[in-house]
Design a protein around this ligand. Structure first.
Ligand code: ACO
Length: 424
């Protein structure tokens, strides 16, 4: 362990360093304020590590993403989503028996309490499914009020993982005015979700294996991404010892924003806009370069990835394959490919190292699968669920965890005297 030295106002401070298993070095400033009275300032946390974690490793320069050490490319090619859930949450790939038991648990807990159906009735048909998902996940804490008990954590993890797809599918059925479809115990996790989304009581629903495989891949690629905005929110809320459900509900809200998971919906809206405007993608590249326009190329850029996003690379190939397998000819794919080509050669994007992120191609695949645009961010949330849970669990089990409480540099008025209203 080395030491970093920091000088300020004629004094020198020794700060210990922490080295991760991939040789990343961090300067531990946790005692720095105590020693010096100074704090560090890092708006947007671009240079601040908030925890030590065993779950996910990212190297943004090299485009590396690994879950518990396993490269995303290998997991995406061969894994199942429920296996990835187990890996992220419990740290190791499950044995056949462990996976069977885990899958059984996921199946067994997929029904919602009947009373919860009444909650759906209270929303307007136009309600965004992310708002419904977040509030319904919070509501689970009212149906399972012992959720804060330590010995119930594994049970609540299963409940949350298995009920979230049911909630998501019901919110979609509500928005299109179709009857709710109950989960079926003979189906896998991903098959069950598609069944609840697309089956109707009037006729049997035939599952398409291409769609099921694409869903499995998309969920796996979204499963964890270390300390991003929504995951840090989950940890922040959970650090006060708030229960699993409400901590995850907060993460869902954070994910909704268009700079984070909400970008997948915005990408499709942007591609449609470009299509309706005569496929003039150069115009939109120029618009994105003009800061005064307020327009950004959605699905482009990433805080961590500066050469390529490995998930986007996999999804670009998958978009081609899935559309071909399903016989879908989507003009938006052509626009996305052209937009990427133009932007990747443009000095503005090259200089700022802006590349397509995971959201750039995911929406095109979701559309081909028949998932409506408004549900895209919900799909992201379903994928990210095991990551949030794993991070929440790791944080709660770490004896070093303290309630998250950043500092600030105050820039408001200095002390002044209160004026009664009649004197103002
Ligand atoms: N289009 C045009 N310009 C962009 C874009 C973009 N998509 N993204 C960043 N820039 C520019 C900024 O204007 C800035 O330029 P400047 O240095 O001249 O001021 C520079 O690139 C750096 O951008 P920041 O916003 O400082 O980068 P930050 O790391 O804070 O933001 C983010 C990353 C939010 C992803 C950003 O690139 C963005 O808004 N992208 C579009 C939204 C999006 O796709 N979000 C999904 C991210 S992936 C995920 O959350 C799953």
């Amino acid at each position: 362990m080395g030491t970093a030295k920091l000088q300020y106002d004629g004094k020198e401070y020794d700060l210990p360093t922490v080295v991760g298993t991939e040789d990343e070095v961090g300067i531990d400033i946790s005692k720095f304020r105590q020693q010096s009275g100074l704090i560090t300032l890092d708006s947007g946390y671009g240079n601040t590590g908030s925890c030590q974690s065993d779950i996910t490793f990212i190297n943004g320069e090299k485009g590396i993403l690994r879950y518990r050490g396993y490269p995303i490319e290998q997991i995406a090619r061969r894994g199942s989503f429920s296996e990835v859930c187990y890996l992220l949450i419990y740290g190791e790939l499950p044995s056949r028996q462990q996976l069977d038991e885990f899958n059984e648990g996921l199946t067994y807990h997929s029904m919602l309490h009947e009373d919860m159906k009444k909650l759906f009735e209270g929303y307007p048909p136009t309600a965004h499914p992310m708002a419904i998902l977040s509030s319904m996940v919070t509501s689970l804490a009212t149906y399972y009020p012992h959720s804060h008990q330590e010995d119930r954590i594994d049970l609540n993890i299963l409940r949350l993982l298995s009920k979230a797809p049911t909630i998501a599918a019901l919110s979609y059925k509500k928005s299109i005015g179709q009857p709710f479809i109950y989960p079926r115990n003979d189906l896998t996790y991903t098959e069950n979700f598609l069944h609840m989304m697309f089956a109707v009581p009037a006729e049997p629903y035939k599952l398409n294996p291409v769609v099921e495989r694409a869903l499995n891949l998309l969920l796996i690629l979204h499963a964890d991404h270390e300390q991003n905005c929504s995951t840090s929110t989950v940890r922040m809320v959970g650090s006060s010892h708030a229960n699993l459900y409400v901590s995850i509900a907060a993460g869902i809200s954070a994910l909704w924003g268009p700079l984070h998971g909400g970008a997948n919906q915005k990408v499709i809206e942007m591609l449609k806009m470009i299509h309706e405007d005569g496929d003039n993608y150069q115009k939109y590249v120029d618009l994105a370069k003009d800061k005064s326009s307020g327009f950004r190329l959605m699905g482009f850029g990433h805080r961590v990835y500066k050469n390529f996003d490995p998930r986007a690379k996999i999804l670009k190939q998958a978009a081609d394959d899935v559309l071909e397998d399903l016989g879908v000819d989507d003009p938006l794919l052509e626009i996305a490919l052209n937009l990427e080509q133009v932007a990747l050669k443009d000095e503005f994007f090259v200089k700022r190292r802006l590349y397509p992120n995971v959201d750039f191609y995911s929406g095109i695949i979701y559309s081909a699968m028949g998932i409506p645009t408004k549900m895209f961010t919900v799909m992201f949330a379903l994928g990210r669920l095991p990551g949030w849970i794993a991070q929440w669990k790791e944080m709660r089990e770490d004896p070093k965890t303290r309630i998250n409480r950043p500092r600030q540099i105050y820039t408001g008025p200095t002390e002044r005297e209160y004026q009664p209203i009649e004197d103002r």
